[in-house]
Design a protein around this ligand. Structure first.
Ligand code: PGA
Length: 251
């Protein structure tokens, strides 16, 4: 039985004050009996706030990106060990915004996945096709290639140590969600791709859906057999909305 995970990706939003309020809001609303695991990924500069605010709660926290390097002259980068030092459990790698705006290749994302694991972090590894790729009918080709990059780097054993997040690029921040059936199809494809190497690992790995998941559509997405939670952008910036999605994942 895979424990659902709902992770909030705040992206580059908020202020010190609003981050404190949001963390406290989530902390106050989280039920004592959560069957779903809950995590927040604020901008790195707010991670010490999460560390202080969430330390005595079941809520985990993590980063949004990680350097492939362990330390040294890499201005602006943050090492996995630094996230680990603030007790981060997770780190997002390969988000489509990093792939698109920062030119991150499949190979670099696989390196980041490995760097995260070396630091003891659990990568939330994002994959997904653009609208153009979907319309060309090459969704499986693209997602398969992205998944294979991590498997070629460290074997299926490496991939199985992370969480996969299927985020169709056309659904991110657009209000246009993949239908539960569309999402389920790709989730099943990803699981089968992993199962071809290791059926047990495939049965255990969590595959989250991300892309305009909201309180109003979370339950039907999460009801699908291969959707094990969500990576939530916009709706993670409002405590009430985020908590409603966590509750939907609980049910
Ligand atoms: P969204 O973002 O929920 O705002 O679509 C999801 C993500 O990019 O992780």
């Amino acid at each position: 039985m895979r424990q659902p995970l709902v992770a909030g990706n705040w992206k580059m939003n908020g202020s010190r004050q609003s981050a404190i309020e949001l963390l406290n809001g989530i902390k106050a609303g989280i039920s004592e009996v959560t069957t779903a695991e809950v995590a927040v990924c604020p901008p790195s500069i707010f991670i010490p706030l999460a560390w202080r605010t969430l330390a005595d709660t079941p809520i985990a926290w993590g980063g949004q990106d990680v350097s492939v390097h362990e330390s040294g002259a890499y201005t602006g980068e943050i090492a996995g060990s630094m996230f680990a030092d603030y007790d981060c459990k997770y780190v997002i790698v390969g988000h489509s915004e990093r792939r698109t705006y920062h030119g991150e290749s499949d190979t670099l994302v696989a390196e980041k996945f490995e760097a995260a694991r070396k630091a003891g972090l659990i990568p939330i590894f994002c994959v997904g096709e653009t609208l153009e790729e979907r319309e060309q009918g090459i969704t499986e080709q693209v997602v398969g290639r992205q998944v294979d990059a991590v498997i070629s780097r460290g074997g299926v054993g490496l991939l199985a140590q992370g969480v996969v997040a299927y985020e169709p690029v056309w659904a991110i921040g657009t209000g246009r969600t993949a239908s539960p059936e569309q999402a389920q199809d790709v989730h099943a494809f990803i699981r089968a791709r992993i199962a071809a190497h290791d059926p047990e690992a495939a049965a255990e790995v969590r595959i989250l859906y991300g892309g305009s998941m909201k309180p109003g559509n979370a339950a039907e997405l999460l009801a699908k057999p291969d959707i094990d939670g969500g990576l939530i952008g916009g709706a993670s910036l409002k405590a009430a909305d985020f908590l409603a999605i966590c509750t939907a994942a609980n049910a």
